[in-house]
Design a protein around this ligand. Structure first.
Ligand SMILES: COc1ccc([C@@H]2N[C@@H](C)[C@@H](O)[C@H]2O)cc1
Length: 450
């Protein structure tokens, strides 16, 4: 490996308590809210087929028309307490809120720009009450911040002239000022979720960004920052020139999932996911595939089974309403979490052979092995191979005990688990297995589960 001034600062996962909390979240909520929610994917009677939060980049929408929207931002229905309650009921352990998206509009009254809620008819801080409401529900708050800022005169995607470089120095100072301001205004935030960091101009700022990351970490010790914030001195992002992870967790899984444990390279990671195919901000007219709650539950369990967190995105409309489709998702995911959360919270990868019926997750606190069944076997029996040296002490439907599951040993270390007659398998079914690890030879023949 090569010596790097501005590469990864740590090999392997963070081992401190704050990162341990992050690692056990399981489920989060993303909220994309801003001026783009006002047009909601339409302008002048035309339908924008792109991602609604990118409507400013659509040539059918005049840039100055977009840039005037702040004059009508006055969300009468905004009720952060209701949002936080809904997120709590869904089972979210953390929430990521767009403080500033690519358009540069700030949902907090920033001292460093007039392009904020302070200059809108609403004229109140949006972020503060949201942080308070989510903190009150015990949901940790993370601040999304886009470095790319289409509104700031000093923003550049690349630096070609002397003028560019001088303007960009001002932009860098502005960016640092806003980030320090956010940490000062909202000190209960647990971390920052960066986006808009792919521009050449930013990638060339390895030293500046490295120093800024250090500074932010000193302002809030334990602050959690992902792999997207900065590049190393060779322009390498997410993973430095030596292939080591930048930041505290991998942020590359946007609208996609890893498939095998090897894909996550031993790093912490989160997957952020839209309900429709590709809309983060509010679009009043979703086209294409809209994910069901069972699809999202499967992704959430798959993430936990591969040592990651899963974050479901919500895009409130221009008045601050959560749309009905998203409220239904929150309700149905919450209903499933009501009785199955222990198979997701505090859970991670189990190095047992992946089976077709679904996913294993290992609860780090209880040691229990969870079998989350999505593909119900026609035989009604799950085939489970346990590694040598594992003794099954008991298996039960989640939430029950007393051996409701019929266990048949079909080979050494291989069993058929019979699911109780009448099990409702229109929703994922969870079995909880208590195991004893260690050299089974010493313990002699396995005792059948009671
Ligand atoms: C293909 O380029 C992009 C650039 C930015 C995004 C942003 N990241 C997501 C988390 C949303 O904020 C989306 O606008 C998505 C795709």
């Amino acid at each position: 490996s090569v010596t790097l001034e501005h590469g990864s600062k740590r090999l392997g996962k963070r081992t401190d308590p704050m990162m341990g909390v992050w690692r056990n979240y399981g489920l989060g909520q993303f909220i994309h809210w801003g001026l783009y929610a006002i047009p909601g994917g339409h302008w002048d009677g035309k339908y924008y087929s792109g991602a609604a939060e990118w409507i400013r980049s659509w040539n059918e929408m005049p840039k100055n028309a977009y840039d005037e929207l702040y004059k009508v931002f006055d969300p009468k229905a905004y009720d952060p307490k209701a949002w936080a309650k809904q997120a709590k009921d869904m089972g979210a352990k953390y929430m990521i809120i767009t403080t500033k998206h690519h358009d540069g509009f700030c949902l907090w009254p920033s001292q460093y720009t007039d392009y904020s809620v302070a200059k809108s008819p609403y004229n109140k801080d949006i972020i503060g009450p949201m942080v308070e409401a989510y903190d009150a529900e015990g949901i940790d708050v993370y601040l999304y911040f886009s470095v790319m800022d289409w509104n700031h005169p000093g923003y550049r995607s690349k630096l070609e002239t002397k003028e560019d470089e001088e303007a960009y120095e001002g932009f860098k100072e502005f960016t640092r000022n806003q980030l320090l301001e956010l940490l000062a205004f909202y000190p209960s935030t647990k971390g920052l979720w960066f986006d808009g960091t792919w521009d050449q101009a930013w990638i060339q700022q390895a030293a500046f960004a490295d120093e800024l990351e250090e500074e932010m970490r000193s302002v809030i010790p334990g602050l959690i920052i992902g792999s997207r914030f900065r590049a190393d001195e060779n322009g390498k992002r997410h993973f430095d020139t030596n292939g080591d992870l930048m930041g505290d967790y991998e942020q590359g899984w946007e609208r996609k999932m890893p498939n095998r444990i090897e894909d996550v390279n031993g790093n912490d990671w989160d997957c952020v996911m839209t309900v429709p195919e590709n809309q983060w901000g509010y679009h009043s007219d979703w086209k294409g595939h809209v994910k069901s709650s069972v699809e999202l539950i499967e992704m959430m369990v798959k993430a936990a089974s591969l040592d990651g967190n899963f974050v479901i995105n919500f895009g409130p409309d221009g008045q601050g309403n959560i749309r009905p489709e998203e409220s239904l998702i929150a309700k149905e995911v919450g209903e499933w979490m009501e009785s199955n959360a222990e198979a997701v919270y505090d859970c991670g990868y189990l190095d047992w052979e992946k089976q077709d019926w679904g996913y294993y997750t290992r609860n780090r606190k209880t040691g229990n092995v969870n079998l989350v069944v999505f593909n119900y076997p026609a035989s009604g029996k799950l085939r489970v191979k346990v590694p040598k040296g594992i003794k099954i002490q008991g298996i039960d439907l989640i939430g029950t005990n007393g051996g409701t599951i019929d266990l048949e040993e079909i080979h050494r270390d291989e069993y058929f688990l019979g699911l109780p007659k009448g099990t409702d398998h229109t929703k994922p079914v969870v079995l909880v297995m208590k195991i004893v690890e260690g050299d089974a030879e010493v313990q002699g023949v396995y005792e059948k589960a009671k």
